[in-house]
Ligand binder design. Structure first.
Ligand code: NAD
Length: 322
């Protein structure tokens, strides 16, 4: 199949591209290189991969690049907590208007299958065993924290309504804390790994007792491929995370320190520092993934210790600070 990936130069998009090519697909990446994780992969040299540098807010160049493709994976977005506070209007604009542009281009080009990356943040501050029927809940508009989740909820609504109206097979994915090699943007595991390698202490904001589930990138990509290989009808949403790898921020930090002790080349100097939290805390967030298991037989395989070790090893061996 001919597959178009917005945000394909990012952390998840670069892993997805590698896997799609392995499966025999051709991939056209469209990315403005706001982040550039794909520079750590040689996949751009593969004959089945094309790259266009462009912005999803520029509908004309988006449509020109999308033409001739059969499936769209829409991964381009402004993500990362600091961006919600520093660039809230831009976050809304890229995530809402960019998504609208993707859908309009699909209508104009007659493309009828798509995947969208939403977010687990759409479930708000206390998301315990949330499933696909759970209510989405964000805080008041005075709090910038919710601009990202709000933009993704808007995106989900757009996708469901377009898919119903135009008869598309559309899949909305809500990732729950995905991590692994090439996560060069924000993310607790990536931040902890960078601190360890810089000999700095791990910085934990707030109590350190906030709970998240941690899904390793290969498990995440397996789920996308399973859905790709067995289409469903109409719009569907899936919560995608690893509820067997739940950890508090403190235990996550301890896991990274443990992994560092297992890598001879790392001279461990770091310990954990607690600092006050100056943004809205999400106390707990982990999903139920029964729908994915029942429809696709998906089950995550990578435990937290192995995943953290692989990630730290990658940062040690490959990450270039710039
Ligand atoms: N990694 C996670 O744990 C996680 C969790 C929830 C949701 N998501 C969602 O999954 C998707 C991929 O996330 P990721 O972790 O790979 O993030 P990422 O930042 O590594 O990738 C996003 C990509 O989008 C590109 N991009 C940003 N603005 C753009 C624009 N205006 N036009 C074109 N390209 C643009 C960036 O350059 C980047 O390559 C995003 O939609 C994100 O919101 C990720």
């Amino acid at each position: 199949m001919k597959i178009f990936v917005t945000g394909g130069a990012g952390f998840i998009g670069s892993h997805l591209t590698e896997r799609l090519v392995q499966e025999g697909h051709t991939v056209h990446i469209f990315d403005n290189l706001h982040r550039n994780a794909i520079k750590y992969s040689d996949i751009l040299n593969h004959p089945s991969v094309t790259f266009t540098q462009g912005d999803i807010l520029d509908k004309d160049s988006l449509k020109k690049a999308m033409e001739g493709n059969e499936i769209v994976f829409h991964m381009a977005a402004i993500a990362g907590v600091s961006n919600y506070y520093n660039f809230p209007a831009k976050t809304l604009k890229v995530n809402l208007i960019g998504t609208y542009n993707v859908l309009e281009c699909m209508v104009e080009l007659g493309i009828k299958r798509m995947f969208d990356m939403s977010t687990s943040e759409t479930f708000g501050t206390d998301a315990v065993e949330v499933d696909e029927e759970s209510y989405q809940r964000i805080g008041p508009p005075q709090d910038k924290r919710w601009c990202y989740a709000g933009s993704k909820i808007g995106g989900e609504q757009l996708i469901f309504r377009y898919a119903e109206e135009y008869g598309w097979d559309a899949t909305v994915i809500r990732p729950f804390n995905i991590y692994g090699p090439r996560q060069i943007g924000e993310g607790a595991i990536a931040n902890f790994c960078k601190n360890v390698l810089d000999g700095k202490n791990l910085r934990i904001e707030g109590s350190g007792m906030a709970l998240r589930s941690w899904c390793y990138i290969t498990d995440f990509i397996e789920a996308l491929i399973a859905i790709l290989n067995k289409p469903h009808k109409g719009p569907e949403c899936f919560n995608l995370g690893n509820p067997w790898a739940i950890a508090s921020t403190v235990s996550l930090g301890e896991e990274v320190l443990r992994a560092a002790k297992g890598i001879d080349a790392i001279e461990l100097k770091s310990t954990i520092d607690f600092v006050p939290m100056d943004f809205t805390e999400i106390r707990v967030r982990y999903p139920k993934v029964n729908k994915l298991r029942d429809m696709y037989g998906w089950q995550p395989k990578v435990n937290l210790a192995d995943g953290v070790y692989n990630t730290l090893k990658w940062f040690h061996d490959s990450y270039e600070k710039n």
